[in-house]
Design a binder for this molecule. Structure first.
Ligand code: GTP
Ligand code: SPV
Ligand code: MN
Length: 638
């Protein structure tokens, strides 16, 4: 681009001329397509080019030929390794410092801090509901990082839609990135191509700028051929300007900006302003043996079972599950007052470890073709390997860990990184719902919250009403997982599974959920809480989980159908002993699954009160505090 600009006499071209587009037979076509690209989008590209100074540009069209070219380029650069055991599958190994979302470097940039996070009470612990950055500090951070950051590299221009193109619930974005790995992954996770141009013309698209922060020539050698700059990583959101600016990481939610940055942080803010919901939820369809189908959305924190539930093979005869989405739901009321949900994504970025033909056969069948694996192990015959894959390794085959080292079962370090992932097209999942791309979305009958709770929290309970349900969501806690930088089995608060993803003040978020419940004419879904992760004294899971979670879905469906089969507890409504099908589960007892202990809930309520006070302060809606007081009263009478 420098050269191009030079040739034009030092002035910045109003539009990057086609000559700036990469060679490869398609330069003329690219130039023509560039000509069709709406002016606001071109302007954003020009700004990015001026700031980042890439060597070349590539406007991505989403075509199969482009996908193939990107992949072979990544192979030539040594970023992707082919996995010949499958069809068009690839393995990436990252710099070991760039393996997960970095919550400590993820910020919301707003004029007023209060618009981003609740105020820190004096003397309170560290605020856990997001990080705020002032606009001047952000400007400075950009100036310290972005000028010239793409020198020597190609800038990929990705016009993309979150949601089926043309859906009233869909929104578009334009991502600029210097990572071909990100470009290849975005093509799987989102709908990339010129079909988004009409929407891009409207100027309200989300502007996404991403750089790995390693201009060429390199000043220091790369680790694992993976460019990143961990010391200067920053993932910034400017909700008022509909802008995302990310630097220094090529991994997952830090770099595939359509996902957490757009579809959750920016979208949750738009949703609040426009009266809808953008949530960290899977969406599934469940059909009972009589053929009655219902749709359910469920929020579990990262690495707590969304993909697995969304794709489950029911262990209950006669029941069927179909997948609409595994991570994010955008939900809006229709004219009849029903909450309708779409999955804004078009691919899965799923946790690999623990995935097997026993636990999640549909995921295993999904990732046999056209999949990019990141930080999994591999076998010498060109297959993948990870903890819990549950597949015999053929004699004579050797294993290589995610670090590229020889690995043998029993080694102290895992073969795959705990946050290793597969990135696969959703339409390859054998149980995608026939309506998964319905532009109107699917009607939601139940909302489920859940987390990893080793003790005290029952397998399932139903909230008494919407307001109590909002309290239940706000009170979610779960053990830390490898999806972000937190370590150990620490119990963390994670309201609505959104703690790392709120796009505005979390207190206002709770108020928005309460307001949704007051909406005139709304036919509200019922709200439930589940816990697949209770452990016994020896640390073993007491619930078999996975396909058996269909037993819980069956009870939830019976509640939606209005069956009178619940028992009231201080915490919520639980299945009567005869209402939960535990047939064929030797050793699993109702009593173990439904602990009700006064000391446990007294302690839980005390901890919640402390958490609310220290983290939400006066921004906690009084209704939520009222629900906590009501719980405390009920627990006292236990
Ligand atoms: P993100 O993609 O990070 O948002 O994660 P997720 O919520 O989609 O979690 P996922 O379904 O990928 O599951 C994460 C881990 O939990 C995997 O190792 C699963 O094998 C395990 N897991 C999922 N469901 C169950 C269950 O019902 N029981 C048990 N014991 N483990 C489960
Ligand atoms: C999560 O952490 O919730 C994920 C993975 O779904 S990432 O895309 O990295 O955010
Ligand atoms: Mn997730």
């Amino acid at each position: 681009m420098q050269k191009v600009i030079g040739r034009l006499g030092g002035c910045v071209p109003r539009v990057p001329p086609p000559a700036a587009f990469q060679r490869g037979g398609s330069r003329r076509k690219a130039g023509k397509r560039w000509g069709l690209c709406p002016p606001p989008a071109r302007q954003f590209v020009e700004e990015g080019v001026r700031l980042c100074r890439p060597r070349a540009l590539r406007l991505c069209d989403g075509s199969p030929a482009e996908g193939a070219a990107l992949l072979s380029q990544l192979q030539a650069e040594g970023v992707l390794h082919p996995l010949p055991k499958y069809d068009n599958c690839w393995l990436a190994r990252t710099d070991p410092r760039d393996v997960a979302r970095v919550e400590s470097r993820t910020v919301l940039v707003t004029e007023r801090e209060r618009d981003a996070i609740p105020p820190k009470p004096p003397g309170g612990g560290p605020q856990q509901l997001g990080n705020w950055m002032s606009p001047p500090a952000f400007e400075q951070a950009v100036q310290e990082r972005f000028p010239g950051c793409m020198e020597g590299r190609t800038m990929y221009i990705l016009p993309f839609s979150m949601g089926p193109v043309g859906s009233p619930l869909a929104k578009v974005g334009l991502q600029l990135t210097d990572s071909p790995y990100v470009a290849a992954s975005m093509r799987i996770m989102t709908r990339v191509g010129p079909q988004t141009f009409p929407a891009l013309a409207r100027d309200d698209f989300i502007r996404c700028l991403h750089s790995v922060g390693r201009p060429l020539p390199l000043r220091e050698p790369l680790v694992s051929q993976w460019p990143c700059d961990p010391a200067r990583t920053l993932v910034a959101h400017l909700p008022d300007q509909r802008r995302i600016v990310s630097f220094g990481s090529g991994y997952g939610g830090n770099s595939l900006l359509g996902k957490k940055c757009f579809a959750l942080r920016i979208a949750s803010r738009l949703a609040r302003d426009e009266g809808w919901l953008a949530e960290h939820m899977l969406i599934l369809g469940v059909t009972d043996p009589a053929g009655k189908k219902r749709y359910v959305a469920a929020a579990f924190p990262s690495a707590c079972g969304k993909t697995n539930l969304a794709m489950m093979t029911p262990a209950l005869p006669g029941w069927r599950v179909h997948c609409v989405g595994d991570d994010i739901a955008w939900m809006k009321f229709d004219a009849e007052g029903r909450l309708r949900a779409i999955n804004p994504e078009s691919g899965f970025f799923g946790v690999a470890p623990g995935t097997s033909m026993r636990t999640n056969p549909n995921a295993m069948l999904t990732v046999r073709a056209n999949t990019i694996f990141t930080n999994v192990g591999c076998t010498s015959d060109g297959g993948v390997y990870w903890e819990g894959i549950d597949q015999p390794v053929r004699p004579g085959t050797t294993l290589t860990s995610w670090l590229g080292q020889p690995w043998t079962p029993g080694d102290p370090q895992p073969c795959a990184h705990p946050n290793s992932r597969f990135c696969a097209p959703a339409n390859q999942c054998p149980i995608m719902d026939p309506a998964w791309e319905d532009p109107e979305g699917v009607p939601i009958d139940a909302i489920i919250f859940g987390g990893r709770r080793p003790e005290g929290v029952p397998l399932v309970y139903e909230a008494f009403n919407w307001r109590h349900g909002v309290f239940v969501g706000s009170a979610m806690r779960s053990e830390a997982t490898a999806a972000a930088e937190h370590t150990g089995r620490r119990l963390m608060h994670d309201p609505f599974a959104m703690r790392p993803f709120f796009g505005y003040n979390a207190g206002q978020y709770l108020a928005h959920w309460l307001a949704v419940g007051e909406r005139e004419g709304a036919r509200l879904p019922r709200i439930f809480h589940v816990n697949w992760f209770l452990r016994d004294g020896a640390g073993r899971f007491v619930w078999p989980g996975f396909g058996h979670n269909a037993r819980v879905l069956a009870w939830i469906c019976s509640r939606v159908a209005g069956e009178d089969n619940a028992k009231t507890t201080p915490v919520g409504l639980v299945p009567r002993e005869d209402a939960l099908d535990l047939d064929g589960l030797p050793g699993v007892s109702y009593a173990d699954l439904f602990p009700v202990s006064r000391p446990f809930w007294e302690k839980e309520a005390r901890e919640l009160r402390r958490y609310y006070e220290e983290n939400f302060g006066e921004d906690l809606p009084k209704e939520v505090m009222g629900e906590l007081s009501a719980l405390e009263e009920r627990v006292k009478k236990m």
